[in-house]
Ligand binder design. Structure first.
Ligand SMILES: Nc1ncnc2c1ncn2[C@@H]1O[C@H](COP(=O)(O)OP(=O)(O)OP(=O)(O)O)[C@@H](O)[C@H]1O
Ligand SMILES: [Mg+2]
Length: 476
């Protein structure tokens, strides 16, 4: 028989020390020769190395699949990924939509596709505050003037030789004043006058608090404020400057905070505890879900991910009064460290192994074109029922992820992967825990303590229940 074909999976620069190590070691442990449509394949994990890149270079030749863990924090790789897509490279997440689509825009699209049994929290995009109130403007002018004076002053050996270029200061102030005047005109012509904060709180939120004031574009856990009163809203809004925020209904008190990982069509919910320290954000519980509710959650994750062509993303929603309330899902570089995921980490590794292999071996069409018109025409049709819209999204997501073909591929190649993971755990997983400590943010003096803590969680909680933890979901 012909020699196996090599399929390469390239990882872009990443801080996921444990994920990288586990993927490589587990792959070595499995040492699989995969088969598909009568041919044999071997997998190779490689790295996408940053080096000078000439435009027009075809990057698709380098690997069969690229895994982006980088482009939101590294501008070189962002441009690199865009060039890779220009050469039709297969990317695990679409790098244009990842760069462009933000929290607010994903909210908007999500709100159009909800199942009637759930609810999208009321959410409003606010105009940015800048330019400011008179007092703040005076303060800003004063600071600007002082800065100009400092910048245009040369100090001498003695006081007499100190010189300020007042002409420069004056002309800079004059042009700034002109620009400022134009800004004011823009504000007058294009922005709602009056107290739109108060109006929004009254009309949209019926004066109910708490509300959440959150930066509209997301990005790493900052600038999210819980607001208890109109007075507090004014105070916070005063400080938002020229950044855009939205105001969202607080879903409180909620029963469960679910954060689901979406790896291709494999969706696994975990219980999220944002108030705990970072390494305890994910609970060690394997949540048992109501099958219908899971179906809805799975459909939402698959829709957001297939619509944006993200196949490695996470999705946050709050369960209150039996309804799911989605709150955050433009996260196409979800935390994937052992330190954070612990008991859920082996499932992440198995899921990635399946999905990445599937995309690389079958040369899956990740579909750079977005089919937005088709989706949006359906979702915006005023007379169409919400359930029809929900079902349309589900059906199209299943088609995007090629669910049947994926299952067939896993059946052929990864049957029993769970048993192999358990074996791998028993023989080698200790190395991963040690490695996790070495690259963690825990102080070195505490590595030993945390090593034992994580080992205990894995030994006492994961190992006796490994089969349950390795299923994407368990049902009530
Ligand atoms: N509508 C809401 N109701 C209740 N709690 C909320 C709501 N929105 C946000 N929160 C709380 O605030 C936290 C942060 O909000 P969110 O997840 O939207 O932002 P984020 O994680 O900082 O976003 P990103 O990482 O994309 O910047 C949530 O984990 C949750 O605890
Ligand atoms: Mg979040």
């Amino acid at each position: 028989m012909a020699a196996p074909i090599t399929r390469k999976i390239a990882l872009m620069a990443s801080h996921d020390w444990t994920l990288r190590a586990a993927m490589r070691e587990f792959l070595d442990f499995l040492d699989p020769t995969l088969t598909w449509k009568g041919k044999k394949y071997r997998l190779e994990l490689i790295r996408a190395i940053a080096k000078p890149l000439e435009v027009g270079t075809d990057l698709s030749k380098m690997a069969d699949l690229f895994v982006d863990r980088t482009t939101h924090w590294n501008p070189y790789y962002r441009s690199w990924a865009h060039q890779a897509m220009n050469s039709l490279a297969r990317m695990v997440n679409h790098s244009y939509t990842f760069a462009v689509y933000d929290k607010h825009s994903t909210y908007d699209i999500m709100s159009l596709s909800m199942h009637p049994d759930d609810r999208f929290p009321k959410t409003v995009l606010l105009p940015q505050f800048h330019p400011w109130s008179d007092d703040q403007k005076k303060q800003a002018w004063w600071e600007f003037e002082q800065r100009l004076i400092t910048e245009n002053t040369t100090l001498g050996f003695d006081e007499h030789r100190r010189q300020t270029d007042w002409d420069k200061v004056k002309s800079a102030l004059e042009s700034a004043k002109l620009a400022d005047k134009r800004e004011e005109i823009i504000r007058e012509h294009f922005y709602e006058a009056g107290d739109y904060l108060k109006d929004t709180v009254e009309k949209v939120f019926k004066n109910r608090f708490p509300l959440y004031l959150k930066k509209a574009y997301g990005g790493g856990g900052g600038k999210v404020y819980r607001i208890d009163s109109l007075e507090e809203l004014y105070q916070r809004y005063d400080k938002t400057g020229d950044e855009a925020f939205h105001l969202q209904e607080g879903i409180e008190p909620f029963d469960v905070f679910y954060r689901a990982m979406g790896i291709g069509p494999i969706i696994f919910p975990m219980v999220f505890q944002p108030d705990k320290p970072h390494h305890e954000h994910y609970s060690t519980e394997k949540p048992a879900m109501d099958p219908q509710m899971f179906h809805r959650m799975e459909s939402y994750v698959m829709f957001i991910n297939s619509y944006h062509r993200w196949t490695y993303n996470s999705y946050e929603c709050l369960l209150k009064d039996g309804k799911l309330h989605p709150i955050d899902f433009a996260n196409a570089c979800p935390d994937s460290q052992f330190i954070s995921l612990h008991v859920h980490f082996p499932l992440l590794v198995c899921s990635l192994m399946k999905w990445l292999s599937f995309c690389a071996v079958t040369q899956k069409d990740m579909k750079i074109d977005l089919e937005m018109t088709r989706y949006l025409k359906f979702l915006n049709a005023p007379k169409r029922s919400q359930i029809k819209k929900f079902e349309f999204c589900r059906k199209n997501s299943e088609a995007y992820f090629e669910i049947d073909t994926f299952q067939e591929f896993c059946e052929e190649n990864f049957k029993g992967i769970e048993d192999r993971m358990i074996q791998y755990y028993d023989e080698k997983f200790d190395d991963i825990i040690r490695f996790a400590m070495e690259f963690s943010n825990f102080p070195e003096t505490e590595h030993d303590k945390f090593y034992h803590q994580y080992r205990e969680i894995m030994e006492k909680q994961w190992r006796p229940n490994a089969r349950e933890y390795l299923k994407p979901v368990i049902f009530k």
